[in-house]
Write a protein that binds this ligand. Structure first.
Ligand SMILES: Cc1cc2nc3c(=O)[nH]c(=O)nc-3n(C[C@H](O)[C@H](O)[C@H](O)COP(=O)(O)O)c2cc1C
Length: 387
């Protein structure tokens, strides 16, 4: 067994263990993948100020996200098809998050259903919705999430239409996989994944199959999203959806100051500065580049969360020091899950927590709630001088 010390180590095992179509689904961005790449490379441009002779005892990474206690400001992001990276993936990831004390966000496009995750966990999780044309189905989805006692609703705003990821088309991505010759040949090398998958019944989009009407091929993400997602979504509809929920509402996918102001004016409890991990508009700025200006514009009006590009606890610290009140990891936990199931997600969280805690200390802080931009060295032109 190799010694695992980084998210990259988990990613290598994930790649080895998981069918190509699902690994590629996770590890890709749209079109040229420029935004996907810059989400991580832009983090590297920010440096940290080392401080010495500061008391480093009794450190804490505990804080709150939308009023809920978290062991560190890192939630698991909603990730579609998580249950294809590893059998019962959503349940395993939710359990790991629960034990660690961080929020788990279930995607609309999950394999395990809302009810199934609720039945197999003991603490409330968060639920993410895409806006769909079928308003009855939407209403039922909200009711199901309420019945499952989900403690926050994440409304994703940046995927009314699906960004093109070339690999998904080339691999013929479906859940479960369709038995084409290349898929069979690839599956033959992934026997551990296949054995586990044969032992579960959770192999379809659990929130959709049997619940949504008029869907011609619910196994295909691209055809389902083209038919079912509501391309007409606007701020009025967002406001309507927010009213359907009783608890905290988080608006996900904000990348522009004007949109951040609009989201704040609607009374969202939090916004997530996110470009969907570089999977939607290729050529958009990385999330970390736009974070400072969004915080400066609305940070005193709404809780600003961050995702896209986090691969280490240092990245979490950088986003928090810029002024974010919470972060999310997508691929970083999926790499853990695909590598080793629940244990791998726990390992991903442990790695990130350790990196966060140590880096915070090296920068002269003991409490995550007290870090600020003072610990960062941000290039003068980081936010860019764009016209
Ligand atoms: C494989 C994959 C599937 C995703 N599915 C969803 C989804 O169903 N709903 C959603 O709001 N965001 C989805 N996202 C975006 C994540 O919630 C998050 O914004 C993104 O992964 C953050 O970037 P990171 O992977 O670099 O951490 C997905 C991301 C990935 C990688």
């Amino acid at each position: 067994m190799p010694v695992i010390t980084t998210i990259d180590d988990l990613k290598r095992i994930h790649k080895r263990r998981t069918p190509k179509m699902f690994y590629d689904y996770a590890e890709s961005g749209s079109w040229t993948e420029q935004t996907f790449r810059e989400n991580t490379s832009d983090f590297d441009q920010i440096r940290l100020r080392q401080r010495v002779a500061v008391d480093m005892t009794d450190r804490t990474t505990k804080t709150q996200m939308v009023g809920q206690d978290v062991a560190m400001p890192v939630a698991l992001a909603p990730v579609g098809l998580t249950g294809m990276q590893c059998a019962d993936g959503e349940i395993k990831a939710a359990r790991a998050a629960e034990k660690f004390g961080v929020p788990f966000t279930l995607s609309t496009m999950s394999i395990c259903s809302i009810e199934d995750v609720a039945a197999n966990t003991s603490k409330p999780f968060w639920f993410q919705v895409y806006t769909l044309k079928d308003t009855d189905f939407m209403t039922r989805l909200f009711d199901r999430a309420k019945a499952a006692k989900c403690s926050a609703l994440v409304i994703t705003l940046d995927l009314q239409i699906l960004g093109q990821r070339h690999k998904d088309l080339k691999n013929g991505l479906t859940a479960p996989p369709k038995f084409t010759i290349p898929t069979i040949m690839n599956l033959a090398t992934k026997w551990a994944w296949g054995m586990e998958m044969l032992q579960t019944k959770r192999r379809f989009f659990g929130n959709i199959v049997g619940h949504a009407k008029g869907v011609s091929d619910p196994s295909s993400l691209s055809s389902w999203s083209a038919e079912a997602f509501d391309p007409a979504l606007d701020w009025d509809r967002v406001a309507e959806l927010m009213k359907l929920w009783d608890g905290p509402v988080i608006l996900k996918g904000i990348l522009d100051v004007e949109d951040a102001k609009k989201a704040a004016s609607l009374g969202a409890d939090a916004i997530i500065v996110s470009n969907h991990g570089g999977r939607q508009l290729d050529g958009a700025l990385s999330s970390i580049r736009v974070l400072p200006q969004i915080i400066d514009a609305v940070g005193d009006k709404v809780e600003v969360h961050f995702d896209s590009g986090i691969r280490s606890g240092q990245d979490v610290l950088k986003a928090m020091a810029m002024g974010a009140k919470g972060t999310y990891i997508g691929r970083a936990f999926v790499n853990g899950l695909g590598a080793m199931g629940e244990k791998g997600v726990t390992q991903a969280l442990d790695i990130i927590h350790k990196e966060l805690d140590l880096t915070m200390a090296f920068c002269g802080h003991r409490d995550i709630n007290e870090v600020d931009r003072d610990i960062l060295l941000i290039p003068k032109d980081f936010s860019g001088d764009w016209t």
